[in-house]
Design a protein around this ligand. Structure first.
Ligand code: ATP
Length: 439
């Protein structure tokens, strides 16, 4: 048996073919049965005249919506059929896996249950074309990322996810019993990317899982997410990291545009455009000034930082004034940045760091890192950290580590802004949050 994809049926007129897919709908009429069959390339109508084969008619009547089927039939032109002007005249049907009615929900109905319920039945939810497309686009984006990295001399790395010390502070840390001791799940590949700089790799990237014991219930946080990280050596400042990032991201957008722009318009109603370079840059001081003139007030506990409302306000401002969906916000105060961010030589209250906002959502944090061990140690002490757990990390900088910097980006956040998805739960294959560990 050779399978024909639904998109190729138009080339098989008057031939008998085998199609495999899911039953989207069945109209069981008095003398005819019409089945809408779906595979990942499209939809086709299959028709069966009951009197021609009563046994087959009986079988078809038992098939539940969303059953997986192998169907054989003749492809015939039929002008009245809306789906491509052709139909499959059924000769045989094999039920591979029946889906007894009622389904938890019908993925292609207009009347969908709430998201949490759909997440319980994620495999059914993912049968919607729109949802499948998110992951096709993600695949294209990741391939384009790798393409750019490889063309620019980067080495791929895979750092351990079971670690002995936190990299991003103790608050959002999952602990793990580890034989006679306690281990942690990696909050980022930060320390090991930097070790690669000390190892002389010069440019590295990693796409891998990141764990955060963040108890918040927001539309943009998960307890496990896919981090996209890069790190480069011999930089002069964080500006070099921003330049690398914007070129890399523009390449990713170009590839997604070339392959998916029409589908993105159809399925997500988004006009997908490749961003112009360079992205606008604002210092934190400038960002605050803009927020002030707009009358935006940060809650006191976010002093020196940006909250989601401030990010949205800055995103809207940059869109309006520069036409850009992206903006780098740079030179953040020491108080709200990690101890390993390098500080400005002429203004030690500020770090040489940046966030990238896309459509008003933070998608990346980056910085030049402090590579001088005595300065790094002093900065850790300054933040009140205990030095003992960081001992191995400090050792990376003892013997000739070059100046370096890099960034971390959340893959699902990128998908959110590419496709205007309101919730990160839609942009990830399986969501993990404080009260979701299944399926
Ligand atoms: P936020 O301020 O949104 O909580 P963060 O400053 O803690 O993020 P970083 O530690 O800088 O984030 O991580 C780098 C990137 O990883 C972020 O810009 C974001 O794209 C992504 N990211 C961070 N935390 C999460 C999370 N809990 N779920 C999904 N993506 C995340």
């Amino acid at each position: 048996m050779k399978r024909t994809f639904i998109k190729d049926l138009k080339e098989k007129l008057d031939q008998t073919v085998t199609v495999q897919g899911w039953l989207q709908t069945l109209r069981d009429q008095k003398s005819m049965q019409f089945l809408i069959i779906r595979d990942h390339t499209g939809l086709v109508q299959a028709a069966h005249w009951k009197k021609g084969n009563p046994e087959l008619a009986e079988l078809i009547s038992t098939i539940g919506t969303e059953s997986s089927l192998t169907l054989t039939g003749k492809v015939v032109a039929n002008e009245v059929v809306k789906l491509g002007g052709l139909e499959l005249q059924l000769e045989s049907v094999k039920i591979e896996n029946n889906a007894p009615m009622p389904l938890p929900f019908e993925p292609n109905s207009d009347n969908l249950p709430e998201q949490d319920f759909r997440l319980d039945w994620r495999y059914l939810d993912l049968r919607r074309e729109r949802n499948r497309k998110i992951f096709e686009i993600q695949t294209t984006a990741e391939q384009a990322m790798r393409e750019w990295w490889l063309a620019n001399g980067y080495i791929e790395m895979h750092s351990p996810k079971i670690v002995g010390a936190p990299s991003e502070g103790g608050a959002e840390l999952f602990t793990l019993p580890y034989f006679e001791t306690t281990a942690y799940l990696a909050q980022s590949p930060q320390f090991y990317k930097q070790m690669a700089m000390a190892a002389g790799f010069e440019k590295v990237f990693e796409i891998g899982p990141v764990f955060r014991a963040d108890p918040s219930f927001t539309s943009r946080h998960m307890t496990e997410f896919t981090g996209v990280d890069m790190e480069i050596s011999w930089i002069n400042s964080h500006e070099d990291v921003m330049v690398a990032m914007e070129h890399w991201l523009a390449h990713v957008y170009q590839k997604v545009h070339d392959k998916h722009a029409d589908e993105i318009k159809d399925l997500f109603d988004v006009d997908f455009t490749v961003p112009a370079l360079p992205f606008p840059r604002l210092t934190m001081a400038e960002a605050y000034q803009i927020l002030k003139t707009q009358g935006y007030k940060l809650p006191p506990e976010r002093k020196g930082d940006l909250d989601p409302g401030a990010e949205r306000a800055l995103g809207a401002y940059v869109k309006q004034t520069c036409g850009s969906d992206f903006v780098f916000v740079k030179d953040w105060p020491v108080a709200v940045r990690a101890f390993y961010h390098m500080r400005h030589a002429d203004n030690p209250g500020l770090t040489m760091s940046f966030d990238l906002l896309g459509k008003g959502l933070e998608i990346t944090t980056g910085a030049q890192r402090e590579h001088r061990v005595e300065v790094l140690t002093a900065q850790a002490l300054d933040k009140g950290l205990s030095l003992e757990p960081l001992k191995d990390y400090f050792d990376f900088f003892r013997y000739g580590c070059p100046p370096h910097g890099g960034l971390g980006l959340g893959l699902s956040r990128l998908l959110m802004i590419m496709l205007d998805l309101p919730n990160i739960r839609e942009a990830v294959y399986l969501f993990r949050g404080p009260n979701r560990l299944t399926p």
